[in-house]
Design a protein. Structure first.
Length: 158
C-alpha cells in the first residue's frame, strides 16, 4: 500500500512449517550408486530454517573411481528442480525478501533447475572436491540466468 518493499517484521511470529520429504539411496552395481529425493513444505508460511524452497525433486548418480583405476576417486552428477508456491511468488514479487532470494520483483517466476557435477579425489591427508553447478532460473526468476557456479571443497581430518 505504501509503495515500499514488503516488510513483515511487525507481524512476524514463529510458526511451525509442516512438510514431508523422501530420500532413496541405492547401490545399483559395485561402482555405481543412485539417489532420489523429493520434498514439499507449506508455501503459505515464511521459510526460515533452510532456504527458500517449497517443493523439490532431485536425482543423481555417483561412480566409483575403481572403474578407471583410481579406487578413492568419485564422480557424481545430479539434477534438481526447486519451486515455490504462488503465495511465495507473490510475496517476492511485492518486494519481500527470503533467506536467500528476493530483490524487489519476481514478474516472471519459474521453477529453478540445477545440474550439478563433481569429482572428488584424495590429496595427502585431505579429500578435494571440484564442483560445477548450472542454475537455470536462479532464485525462481525466468528473467535471470542461467548462472554457472564453480566450487572447491577441502575436507581434512586428523
Amino acid at each position: 500500500m505504501t509503495g515500499a518493499p514488503a516488510d513483515i517484521a511487525a507481524v512476524r511470529k514463529y510458526q511451525s512449517r509442516g512438510g514431508i520429504s523422501m530420500n532413496l539411496e541405492q547401490q545399483l552395481m559395485d561402482n555405481v550408486g543412485f539417489f532420489a529425493r523429493a520434498g514439499w513444505a507449506d508455501g503459505h508460511k515464511e521459510p526460515y530454517e533452510f532456504t527458500d524452497i517449497d517443493h523439490t525433486v532431485a536425482a543423481g548418480f555417483s561412480l566409483s573411481g575403481k572403474l578407471w583405476g583410481r579406487d578413492d576417486d568419485v564422480f557424481g552428477i545430479a539434477g534438481v528442480v526447486n519451486g515455490i508456491s504462488n503465495v511465495h511468488q507473490a510475496f517476492l514479487n511485492a518486494g519481500g525478501l527470503g533467506i536467500l532470494v528476493g530483490d524487489g520483483q519476481l514478474p516472471h517466476p519459474g521453477d529453478e533447475g540445477i545440474l550439478e557435477t563433481y569429482y572428488s579425489f584424495p590429496w595427502f591427508a585431505s579429500k578435494i572436491t571440484l564442483d560445477y553447478q548450472l542454475i537455470v532460473n536462479p532464485a525462481y526468476n525466468r528473467d535471470r540466468g542461467p548462472a554457472s557456479v564453480f566450487g572447491v571443497r577441502v575436507h581434512s581430518q586428523y
